[in-house]
Design a protein around this ligand. Structure first.
Ligand code: SF4
Length: 115
């Protein structure tokens, strides 16, 4: 590190500025709710009965949801704010992200092969 870089780092430190530019913000598209209630209920039933995905797919989905502005918290559990499901035990992200036919309603991830 050159003396100029050290001086600049010290200046940023005392000014309360971040030492390095922050990571670029990932932008997520807005929710799209076009399906009717009947279609959503039928789709939910199909998804809930689908077999689980491998742990690696589950972890990747959880990571995407954790950065998503549409994720909502209720009673200590996390839910997707875009899918239109009521917030109950079978629609938590911890549960749905394990299901192979579950897909993100804004296209962040699709259905996956079961484990
Ligand atoms: S399923 Fe998609 S829209 Fe819903 S919280 Fe996860 S990333 Fe966001």
């Amino acid at each position: 590190m050159t003396p100029e870089e050290k001086r600049e780092a010290r200046r940023k430190f005392y000014a309360g500025e971040p030492a390095a530019p922050s990571a670029p913000q990932v932008s997520y598209p807005p929710c799209r709710r076009t399906a009717s209630w009947a279609a959503r209920i039928a789709q939910f039933a199909e998804v809930v009965l689908s077999p689980p995905v491998p742990d690696s797919v589950f972890a990747l989905r959880q990571l995407k949801c954790s950065a998503c502005p549409h994720r909502q918290e209720k009673g200590g559990a996390f839910f997707c704010g875009c899918c239109g499901c009521p917030k109950w035990r079978l629609s938590t992200l911890d549960f749905k992200n394990r299901l192979s036919l579950w897909e993100c309603p804004i296209g962040e991830f699709g259905p996956a092969d079961p484990a």
